[in-house]
Design a protein around this ligand. Sequence first.
Ligand SMILES: Nc1nc2c(ncn2[C@@H]2O[C@H](COP(=O)(O)OP(=O)(O)OP(=O)(O)O)[C@@H](O)[C@H]2O)c(=O)[nH]1
Ligand SMILES: [Mg+2]
Length: 216
Amino acid sequence: MGLTFTLAPEPEDDAREDGRLLFAGPVEFVKGVVAMSGLPPADRLEFCFAGRSNVGKSSLINALTGRKNLARASNTPGRTQEINFFALGEARYMVDLPGYGYAEAPVAIVAKWQALLKQYLQGRQTLRRAFVLIDTRHGVKEVDEEILALLDRSAVTFQVVMTKADKVNRATREANIAQVMAALQKHPAAYPEIVVTSSEKGEGIEALRALIATLE
Ligand SMILES: Nc1nc2c(ncn2[C@@H]2O[C@H](COP(=O)(O)OP(=O)(O)OP(=O)(O)O)[C@@H](O)[C@H]2O)c(=O)[nH]1
Ligand SMILES: [Mg+2]
């Protein structure tokens, strides 16, 4: 189909500064939501982090905000079990989602989060962009495809953020970036730039801050 995907360029100095200022400002946990009826009023721009269980969503929020324990990160997959809303300044909600594709928790509980996750991704009017996290070690998997297709159908622009880049060698990194770009060809809702990150080492964090600051 000829869609072209590239790595996000390094931000210009002023964009980098806008991103830095946004994330250096106030950020507060608002609430954890377990049903659509609990969502805060849709009164401001919103962006979210989605991805397989354990891919590094909560860690990325902590890295972006420079606050170690703002979002609960953990070695145990299935850590985040609610839709967690954070107010980033007064004009934005940043949303940490439960992971998908995790089979180890009790079936009924997993089914409940998954249903909520899908309802949220399909039905949140103020959701401006979904950042879909993909582990640099693994690339796009079948469970990711299901979510990407749902975002296409819902016309929610999504941008891939590759995580845990510190865990792979150069060859694996290049191969899996290419695999992700090839997989995105099928997805009209995909934003054409992807960001490679490491919450552990800080790679890509300034770039991601800068591009979040440009969302409007
Ligand atoms: N080396 C390395 N480890 C990471 C990175 N990001 C996350 N991790 C580790 O990966 C594990 C899972 O991270 P979380 O941030 O809790 O993942 P999550 O996507 O929020 O997981 P759920 O809430 O269960 O869906 C933790 O042990 C993190 O320390 C990274 O950039 N590099
Ligand atoms: Mg989490």
